[in-house]
Design a binder for this molecule. Structure first.
Ligand code: C2E
Ligand code: CA
Ligand code: CA
Length: 702
């Protein structure tokens, strides 16, 4: 039972996510619709004149055509997009193939049209925003139904046929079955009594008298229209159509024009339904950067004309439980404040029609003919902003959490998939978006203080520091420190590794020159290079220029080559490495023992040292096979006169075992973690190195 509840909750969350995604994906449609609505209803004669001059007398028809082509098909578009997105999110069952997305979209389209045209609703005019709810339901139901139907009725043509043909044939029977089911369902639904509001008229007179008071009428109007807005239905339009039927003709408060309409429109809905100008302000206050800030920036202009579809569908507000309360509460409080002012005789109301796109302040003035109108609107704006603030804070906190989760998922995916020996970071798909964002940030950060180098000392068997390794450090503006291997893999995949590598080389050489001036010229500087830098024909010249610029001798520099990517088998790589060795710079094979072709590289390049892979040294004390491999590598090193370096040395015991197996140089937390440049210089100058070494010798630190 609990299991079922959990599964239902998970499925509901999946639907909610799909709906939100779909609204966001439809933003271009919304954006076009908003622009056309704004222009078609521009309250200023000057704008209308410009449009007429540009587009001719029929400019309003053109705008209407755009509105029809966008909002006019919103319900249909939603059905298709929701269907496709849900099919993708549902993925495939353990023994199923995925549903082809085109088939799902097509099925959603057919089902939506069936629902519209078979019912009594006028056919094509119903494809728009008013059938948003229908679009959502059809979009969610289509893949949910299509999955089991495909399992039962899907045919399996031979696998050797054309893939498109295969998908089309496979999906035909389930699509037909689904279509027939929808027709039957709609026909059955038509026999049900139509939902109506006639019951209201049958309420006892006391209740009617109660409704007659404009307080309750206003409250009912605001709540009802906003609940409709919340599910994407044009609340005001419905209310205007229904007001007479709902409340009868008696009583001034029932008059849809004089009763609630002007108060609600002018004071309750500043910025559009939900009083969303206050929401825009709250977004500006809470979100200093990021998508909410950008959304606020693009929706501020339409909001000034009370057009807020960008917020309703972009944030989104529609069907987003987080925003239900403020969305109803803000306009309600603002309307009631205005009503109080009317009853107190503070707010004169003129019998004028103010166009709904009239900007706030101006609309307040036009409706009241007094400064009190705009003043009340300012107060309302303040109140609505305050109402929205805590909810926007929650939404932003939720967004930041989701963003950080996506960041960690991406970093983990890159760290596990991107290395070692694999070729691709997931730069596509949903994680790909985060990965591309990270890559853009890395590229932007090149040459700024966000990128630095840390230096990790290497010691010989006597504990004397003999060299350092330069390691990249990247501090992302939002996410903080990003793992070096992730940054490097991103740079490799994103094509900026040469630029990054050049910066690392320059920075390491500059540091080395500074340290030489302090008397540390005997310390070698190891620089990690990616295999993708090795086939850059300019690499030897770059290195030579660095040496010359900083007055270094080639023997002070070592290049560590890792197989994060396969080392390209190209002549230029071999030429480069030969040139570099001929210059006198030494080469180290990093992570030796784990790469597919580590041993072959020894034959191919002239290697000065082997760095045994950390995963081997890590369990040297516990794993006899690791010990044997290390011993073999050390023997190979001795016969080839190649220095053998052990990294990841964390305890004195590990160091002693590694030394006994034949390793000559040690690097790891036993001596020091990678240090910032200044701290490393201090360490090398004696205090740190000597103290740490002697403490470790005496077994004080493990
Ligand atoms: P690597 O070259 O094998 O570097 C050793 C990594 O192990 C470093 O991680 C270092 O901080 C960490 N480490 C050092 N001692 C210990 C220890 O005792 N225990 C443990 N558990 N870890 C230790 P880091 O700095 O995160 O670098 C990761 C990898 O990123 C490097 O592996 C290297 O392949 C790559 N990388 C770093 N900087 C650069 C760079 O400037 N260029 C290129 N191409 N690659 C770089
Ligand atoms: Ca290294
Ligand atoms: Ca390594």
């Amino acid at each position: 039972m609990r299991n079922l509840a959990r599964r239902c909750r998970r499925r509901l969350a999946l639907w909610a996510l799909t709906v939100r995604d779909s609204f966001v994906l439809l933003l271009p449609l919304t954006f076009l619709g908003v622009t056309a609505t704004l222009l078609a209803n521009a309250p200023f004669a000057a704008v209308q004149r410009v449009l007429a001059a540009l587009l001719g007398d029929g400019w309003r028809d053109i705008m209407d055509a755009v509105v029809n082509a966008t909002y006019g098909v919103f319900g249909l578009a939603l059905a298709v997009v929701v269907g496709i997105r849900l099919a993708r999110r549902l993925g495939a069952g353990p023994s199923d193939e995925t549903l082809p997305e085109v088939s799902v979209g097509m099925a959603a389209l057919v089902n939506f049209m069936l629902c519209l045209t078979i019912g009594n609703a006028p056919a094509l005019t119903g494809m728009g925003r008013d059938s948003m709810l229908l679009g959502l339901l059809v979009g969610l139901a289509t893949p949910e139904l299509l999955r089991p139907l495909t399992r039962i009725f899907g045919v399996k043509p031979d696998h050797d046929c054309d893939p498109t043909f295969y998908a089309a044939i496979r999906m035909t029977p389930p699509l037909v079955v689904l279509g027939i089911g929808v027709i039957l369902g709609v026909e059955a639904a038509k026999t049900l009594p139509a939902p109506g509001v006639r019951w209201l008229a049958a309420l006892p007179p006391t209740v009617h008298g109660w409704i007659d008071a404009d307080w309750s009428l206003c409250t009912a109007a605001v709540v009802a229209s906003h609940l409709l807005w919340f599910v994407g239905i044009h609340g005001n339009m419905v209310l205007e159509q229904q007001a007479q039927a709902l409340f009868g003709a008696g009583g001034a408060a029932y008059n849809p024009v004089l009763g609630w309409h002007p108060l609600l429109g002018t004071f309750g809905m500043i910025g559009g339904a939900g009083a969303t100008l206050g929401l825009t302000l709250a977004l500006f206050i809470v979100a200093r950067e990021g998508p909410f800030r950008r959304l606020a920036a693009v929706s501020v202009l339409p909001s000034l004309f009370n057009i807020n579809e960008l917020l309703i569908f972009g944030l989104p507000i529609a069907l987003n439980p987080l925003f239900l309360w403020p969305f109803v509460l803000a306009p309600l409080v603002m309307t009631l404040i205005a009503l109080t002012a009317v009853h107190a005789g503070l707010l004169p109301l003129l019998d004028v029609q103010v166009p709904w796109t009239t900007p706030p302040l101006l609309s307040g003035y036009l409706l009241t003919g007094s400064w009190r109108g705009p003043a009340l609107q300012v107060l309302g704006l303040l109140v609505s902003t305050l109402i929205y603030l805590p909810f926007v804070r929650r939404a932003e906190a939720r967004r930041v959490r989701a963003q950080s989760a996506a960041f960690h998922a991406t970093v983990n995916a890159i760290a596990t998939e991107g290395r070692p020996q694999t070729q691709s970071v997931p730069l596509h798909g949903e994680l790909g978006l985060v990965a591309r964002g990270l890559l853009a940030a890395l590229t932007r950060d090149l040459g700024t203080a966000a990128l630095t180098l840390a230096f990790q000392p290497k010691h010989d068997h006597r504990g004397v520091a003999v060299g350092v390794e330069a390691l990249l450090r990247w501090r992302h503006a939002r996410h903080g420190a990003v793992r070096a291997d992730v940054a490097v893999t991103l740079a490799e995949e994103g094509g900026v590794i040469r630029a990054l590598g050049a910066w690392v080389m320059e920075e390491a050489c500059a540091r080395k020159a500074q340290w030489n001036a302090l008397g540390l010229s005997h310390i070698t500087m190891a620089i990690n290079v990616s295999p993708l830098q090795l086939d850059d024909p300019l690499l030897p010249a770059l290195l030579a220029r660095c040496l010359e610029r900083y007055g270094l001798t080639p023997g002070e520099i070592e290049l560590e080559i890792t197989e994060s990517q396969a080392i390209p088998v190209r002549q230029v790589v071999d030429q480069n490495l030969a040139l570099i060795v001929a210059m006198g710079v030494s080469l180290a094979m990093d992570d030796f023992g784990m790469g597919y072709s580590s041993l072959l590289h020894m034959r191919r390049f002239s290697i000065h040292s082997l760095k045994i892979d950390g995963s081997l040294t890590r369990d040297v004390l516990t794993n006899p096979i690791s010990r044997d491999i290390i011993h073999t590598i050390a023997t190979l090193g001795r016969t080839r006169q190649v220095e053998v370096v052990a990294e990841f040395v964390e305890t004195a015991e590990q160091r002693d075992t590694l030394a006994a197996l034949g390793c000559g140089v040690f690097q790891g937390y036993l001596y020091s973690a990678p240090l910032p440049a200044a701290a490393c210089a201090e360490y090398l100058l004696g205090a740190g190195a000597g103290a740490a070494a002697s403490r470790r010798e005496s077994g004080l630190i493990s």
